[in-house]
Ligand binder design. Structure first.
Ligand SMILES: [Zn+2]
Length: 152
């Protein structure tokens, strides 16, 4: 989809779908500050933006552009999730970093709060029931949910 088509699709999604009574509407956007992001932000009242980055320079560069755009458009930034921070060794559980660390001055961590770091969990790729057979990951997702949802 080119930018214009994606923009039209986002407008359609935001305005023409009967969403009913929702607690949350989570829209997973591709990286960048393109038409999809601009249309969504200018069409809906956004409660907050949650960024997801992998520990890679390019991901942080994209996220910094997104942060600048959200700030320009007065969208509150909830924080950020670091995804694929490590993978646990199947034998001993040691955490193995998948990428070299991003230098602090080029990372987003001096601008937004890191809410949680998530490992790469190979088993997730094969999950079909929605259940995660990983107690640590389960607890981390619970912690993240508590951070991004208003208290009842
Ligand atoms: Zn090991």
């Amino acid at each position: 989809m080119d930018g214009t088509t994606l923009g039209m699709f986002m407008r359609h999604l935001a305005l023409d779908v009967e969403w009913g009574d929702l607690d949350f509407l989570v829209v997973d956007l591709p990286p960048g500050t393109g038409e999809a992001q601009k249309v969504l932000v200018s069409t809906l009242v956004i409660t907050g933006a949650l960024l997801v980055v992998t520990p890679q320079e390019l991901a942080h560069l994209d996220a910094r552009k997104a942060i600048a755009m959200f700030r320009r458009m007065n969208v509150p930034i909830i924080g950020a999730v670091e995804n694929m921070s490590w993978v646990a060794c199947a034998s001993c559980g040691e955490r193995i970093a998948l990428f070299p660390a991003v230098a602090m001055e080029r990372s987003i961590w001096n601008e937004v709060e890191r809410l949680v770091s998530l490992p790469l969990i190979p088993a997730l790729a094969t999950v079909q029931s929605g259940a995660i057979a990983d107690a640590d990951a389960d607890a981390t997702f619970d912690r993240l949910a508590a951070r991004v949802s208003p208290t009842p």
